[in-house]
Design a protein around this ligand. Structure first.
Ligand SMILES: NC(=O)c1ccc[n+]([C@@H]2O[C@H](COP(=O)([O-])OP(=O)(O)OC[C@H]3O[C@@H](n4cnc5c(N)ncnc54)[C@H](OP(=O)(O)O)[C@@H]3O)[C@@H](O)[C@H]2O)c1
Length: 321
């Protein structure tokens, strides 16, 4: 299986490249080879590459800057996925795309619990340009009629890149006190969790096709049966303040931070204004994903521990070398 994987200089793309290396031949164009803001260049690149599957974690992800760079955000997050989808359709292959909890306005009850989480059929009403551009990308993919899986995820972090986990680890070394927003609720998703889970979905596709009589027909049947939009995060929910407290506590446990640890206290969003408005509740209901693929989801705190544990063992290895 030849997989065209975009965005491998980003958090999720990098994790996917690692997770999928034994699944097939992975083609990982950097921006210089495939610039998703250069719309006219996308189709020729795909036609020359001839993949069996396209995975698109690349995106314009600067949520606050997008308020000023709306045109670029829409080009990368909506127009480019539309072309990827059209080319996938022309080639008769599938497209796996990632979207965001920010397609919702967060007004659903914040007395959180599974029932207050957003399902795939809930109305989307993004509060910011980034969310609107990602929603437009989803809609273009669905409208194209290509075989697709769109995974909406949230609060993505990893041991690499620009993310909340690494910011908190840095601040915890620099400061004695941190004030973190405690009235935005959602679910942190490590790229380790996301990439391993998406790998299992792809293995289900590969397995079905390998055991089938005609490759093209069964691939099409698999996509027809499973395609759609799915919410994909670990289980449970938290707010940014509690997330920070767990990061610091677990990082200390795994030797990534030393005592004394900073005091972390909650503040309302109103005390930390940002150019882009964020939803107060972006908890996602994952039952559709679980029913469709039967892949168990860990609790978000366990996924966090796995990420920090792997960071700690990599640090140990690099000091030993
Ligand atoms: N981060 C989050 O909290 C979050 C939350 C919910 C959903 N998501 C979604 O999850 C997916 C992965 O996010 P992430 O956090 O891994 O993103 P990321 O770390 O910001 O990486 C984005 C990737 O997209 C690439 N990219 C941006 N503009 C491009 C262009 N014009 N042409 C080609 N490549 C381009 C970047 O390449 P360069 O290195 O060249 O810039 C980078 O490799 C995205 O679809 C995002 O919308 C993210």
């Amino acid at each position: 299986m030849k997989i065209l994987l975009t965005g491998t200089s980003g958090q999720l793309g990098r994790s996917l490249a690692k997770a999928l290396q034994d699944v097939g031949e992975i083609i990982t164009p950097q921006r210089a080879e495939l610039d998703l803001s250069d719309i006219a260049s996308i189709a020729p690149y795909i036609q020359q590459c001839k993949p069996d599957l396209i995975i698109n974690p690349a995106a314009y992800t600067a949520v606050d800057l997008a308020e000023k760079e709306s045109e670029l955000a829409f080009r990368v997050n909506a127009e480019a996925p539309a072309i990827l989808a059209q080319e996938a359709k022309n080639l008769g292959i599938g497209l796996i795309h990632f979207s965001t909890d920010y397609v919702f306005d967060g007004s659903k009850s914040i007395a959180v619990g599974e029932r207050a989480s957003y399902s795939e059929s809930d109305t989307c009403a993004p509060l910011n340009v980034y969310g609107a551009s990602k929603l437009a990308g989803e809609q273009a993919i669905v409208k194209s009629g290509c075989a697709h899986l769109i995974f909406r995820t949230s609060w993505v972090y990893s041991d690499f890149g620009k993310n909340f986990l690494l910011t908190i680890l840095r601040l915890a070394k620099e400061k004695t006190e941190l004030n973190i927003v405690n009235d935005q609720w959602g679910t942190p998703s490590s790229t380790l969790f996301l990439s391993e889970t998406v790998k299992q979905v792809i293995l289900q596709l590969k397995n079905d096709v390998t055991h089938a009589k005609t490759h093209a027909e069964t691939t099409a049947a698999w996509w027809q049966q499973h395609q759609g939009i799915y919410h994909l995060t670990p289980n449970g929910y938290t707010n940014w303040c509690e997330f920070s407290q767990r990061i610091v506590a677990h990082a200390a446990q795994f030797g990534l931070l030393s005592f004394p640890l900073p005091k972390i206290q909650g503040i309302p969003s109103s005390a930390y204004p940002t150019p882009a408005q964020r939803p107060k509740n972006s908890c996602l209901d994952k039952r559709k994903f679980s029913q469709e693929f039967g892949i168990p989801l860990p609790d978000w705190d366990l996924a966090l521990q796995s990420c920090l544990q792997s960071m700690a063992s990599e640090k140990l290895q690099s000091t030993a070398n």
